[in-house]
Write a protein that binds this ligand. Structure first.
Ligand code: ADP
Length: 257
């Protein structure tokens, strides 16, 4: 694969991703791993693998984005996640709308105009209850694999309301519900509803301009997709690789430069 024209790297709080694109901006190669404490070593390994796939990287621009972008010293430049997500999603759909990105430790809502420009955005990186971490914590506590979480929640109609607005308290609440014999799936449904409502409140702050698009790791969760549709009344559009939108956008910015 020698047609790499640009690279984008997205160091999130939970996962690290690298994307390579060709001259038309199409994704030709990518890697995704859990983010490691030694990020510099992980980035070096990513680039080594890119070299293995594409040959020497000299002259190939690299843009870094995400929460750990400043640690990517090999990057030509660092660009914010907001710009890169907007760029990535616009390349895929070629229209504006409202992008919701739900990652491991942050979530964001970005309003994008018909030309792909960012009109407005809101970001939550202060409260884990509005992020993937909220589901991850309960998934491990309830011993349900993360990939099964959404399907389990959608397997029932009964829904238990979760009143705690904090991840740690929600965990205690879940334990006491289980002890009181409430079915697991109904609890899971309630947890997904709580997250979907928090995200919908963020969408309202920015103002929903359809269509609604969803990215980030949590976009793979079918219950979150469904409940966001229920809460907003809008159909959710999913990109092909929801977790790679930021890294793809970074590579597209690199290609333009
Ligand atoms: P970040 O960019 O902030 O590091 P990601 O966008 O990679 O985070 O999202 C990580 C989150 O995605 C995890 O916290 C988890 O909740 C969720 N997730 C990852 N894989 C899956 C999956 N297969 N099904 C459902 N949720 C997932």
């Amino acid at each position: 694969m020698s047609n790499i024209k640009a690279l984008g790297i997205d160091i999130g709080s939970t996962t690290a991703k690298i994307v390579a694109i060709d001259e038309s901006g199409q994704m030709t190669w990518h890697l995704l791993e859990q983010a490691e404490p030694r990020l510099e070593a992980q980035v070096e390994r990513f680039l080594e693998q890119a070299r293995g796939a594409a040959g020497p990287l000299a002259g190939i621009p690299l843009i870094a984005t995400g929460y750990g972008r400043r640690l990517v010293r090999q990057a030509t430049r660092q660009v914010t996640e907001i710009s890169c997500h907007a760029r990535g999603i616009y390349h895929e759909f070629a229209h504006g709308g409202t992008l919701v990105d739900i990652g491991g430790q942050d979530s964001k809502v970005i309003a994008i105009n018909a030309d792909g420009k960012v009109l407005d955005f809101v970001m939550n990186d202060k409260c884990s209850a509005g992020t993937g971490r909220f589901l991850e914590n309960t998934a491990s506590r309830l011993q349900v694999p993360l990939e099964r979480l959404g399907a389990e929640a959608l397997s029932v109609t009964e829904e238990t309301s979760i009143s705690s607005t904090c991840t740690v308290f929600a965990e205690s609440e879940v334990i006491s519900l289980i002890a009181n014999g409430v079915p697991l799936a109904a609890i899971l449904r309630g947890l997904h509803r709580a997250l979907a409502r928090r995200i919908t409140a963020m969408i309202r702050v920015v103002g929903l301009v359809p269509p609604l698009m969803l990215s980030g790791g949590v976009a793979q969760n079918a219950a979150i997709q469904r409940m966001l549709e229920q809460e907003t009344g809008e159909k959710v559009l999913l990109p092909r690789y929801p977790q790679l939108v930021g890294a793809h956008g970074a590579a597209l910015v690199a290609l333009e430069e």
